[in-house]
Design a protein around this ligand. Structure first.
Ligand SMILES: Cc1cc2nc3c(=O)[nH]c(=O)nc-3n(C[C@H](O)[C@H](O)[C@H](O)COP(=O)(O)O)c2cc1C
Length: 415
């Protein structure tokens, strides 16, 4: 089992993540993690904090001379703004200088204050903040590094931002296209739609407003057999949905053509099964998003993740109540991003990687990376295919060699 826990507040000294269950021998360098963290910070519509805030990481445990030891991996991500917050966020006994008594709609502020008996919204918002996703991305990097040795690669791209969205003819990025996606300031793979998305952000930013959107996560090379139909909490789609829904501000998760399929006839909604001598069982379409009965079926894994517009606005328009006076007021103005959908896509990749790595270890478990790979190869060989086919070779075979689907049916990328 691969599990992880994060700790730390947005303006606290540091974020910490402990990842347990990685096999020994996975090559890891600090730059692998800082590169992924840099991807999370970028994107058009993000505020200055993202630009001046470098993620300084320390590998505290579980890695020696560039390889995992099989022991828990502990990573600390320092808050470079800590000197400014030392007193306000001090763990020592004392009191804050400024108490926030006006909970912001759309945040955990009010429910958290009432639930935990706080008078200061900061006691809630510091932990509810999406700064925590930096720790998830650090953990997700380790999962991605493991999955790479199993031939699995994960790509995300933005398919909707505000009113701008990709269409049925928009291309889907493959594993080799990730740099191109990241080169887009909105992480959109379709240049025409990218321009429309940027215009949306400009207009919303000018109005002091915010935007939500949809990221599509694609996992290539997922071998058949991850997850299980035998129990509710072992279903791959259920675990993916939970992991993705746990991302701050995410309000909907779709697997494959979930919403469209609900309106189709059964004859049009499923993926035919064919057999190919070289690739084994193949699926000409990926409407199920690569999962049937809670088990990966070897087709391209597709999940779409919808994020609500950011709740903190650069314009105080949202009505709230001052909990100290019970008087009606407007939500306090705070410097905030216009949108964080491009960054959310990177977090969604990480959460997908953590779920897939956990399921891969459950299926092909071993104490060292070579043992896990050997177990995977043995399973795939027993299915009648060669391990190299499972490692992401072209084709959409049920042994994991899935590739970008470009047919009108499956090439759909709209949210
Ligand atoms: C990467 C990322 C960045 C975010 N940045 C902001 C932000 O700048 N301002 C804001 O109001 N919300 C931001 N959020 C969303 C809030 O964290 C989220 O709305 C809040 O925690 C309540 O989420 P919930 O309704 O899912 O519980 C961000 C979310 C993510 C995933």
């Amino acid at each position: 089992m691969l599990r992880f826990l994060t700790a730390g507040e947005s303006h606290g000294r540091a974020l910490v993540v402990i990842v347990e269950g990685l096999p020994a021998g996975v090559p890891v360098e600090a730059s692998d993690i800082t590169d992924e963290l840099a991807r999370r910070r970028l994107g058009y519509g993000r505020g200055p904090r993202m630009r001046f805030e470098a993620d300084e990481i320390s590998l505290v445990g579980g890695i020696r001379h560039g390889r995992t030891l099989g022991s828990p991996v502990a990573i600390e991500i320092a808050n470079t703004e800590w000197p400014k917050w030392t007193e306000e966020m001090s763990p020592d006994p004392g009191a804050p200088t400024k108490v926030l008594t006006q909970p912001r709609p759309g945040h955990a502020d009010l429910a958290g204050m009432l639930k935990y008996g706080f008078e200061d919204a900061r006691d809630v918002l510091e932990r509810a903040s999406a700064r925590e996703t930096a720790a998830r991305v650090a953990a997700g990097t380790l999962a991605k590094l493991l999955l790479a040795h199993l031939g699995v690669s994960i790509v995300s791209h933005i398919v909707a931002l505000g009113a701008a969205s990709t269409g049925p003819d928009s291309p889907r990025p493959g594993p080799a296209d990730l740099d191109q996606v990241d080169a887009s300031s909105v992480r959109c793979f379709d240049p025409a739609v990218e321009t429309a998305m940027i215009e949306e952000i400009k207009a919303a930013g000018k109005a002091g407003d915010s935007l939500g959107g949809v990221a599509e996560v694609l996992a290539y090379g997922v071998p058949i057999g991850l997850g299980s139909h035998v129990q509710w909490d072992r279903k791959l789609d259920a675990n993916l949905a939970q992991a993705l829904m746990s991302i701050q501000a995410v309000k909907a998760v779709e697997i494959g053509d979930g919403w469209d399929n609900a309106g189709r006839r059964g004859s049009e909604a499923h993926d035919a099964i064919r057999y190919d001598e070289a690739e084994g069982y193949v699926r000409p379409t990926a409407r199920a998003g690569g999962i049937e009965g809670g088990i990966s079926n070897g087709a391209l894994l597709v999940a779409r993740v919808a994020m609500k517009p950011l709740a903190t606005l650069n314009r105080p328009v949202l009505e709230t109540v001052d909990v100290a006076t019970k008087e009606s007021t407007l939500s306090f103005r705070e410097r905030t991003d216009t949108t964080a959908v491009p960054a959310m896509g990177v977090v969604a990749e990480s959460m997908t990687a953590l779920v897939l790595a956990n399921e891969a270890l459950r299926k092909f478990g071993g104490d060292s990376l070579s043992e896990v790979v050997r177990n995977r190869d043995g399973f795939v060989a027993a299915l009648g295919s060669t391990p190299s086919a499972a490692a992401g070779a072209p084709g959409s075979g049920a042994f994991g060699g899935n590739e970008p689907e470009q047919t009108p049916d499956t090439g759909r990328a709209a949210g």
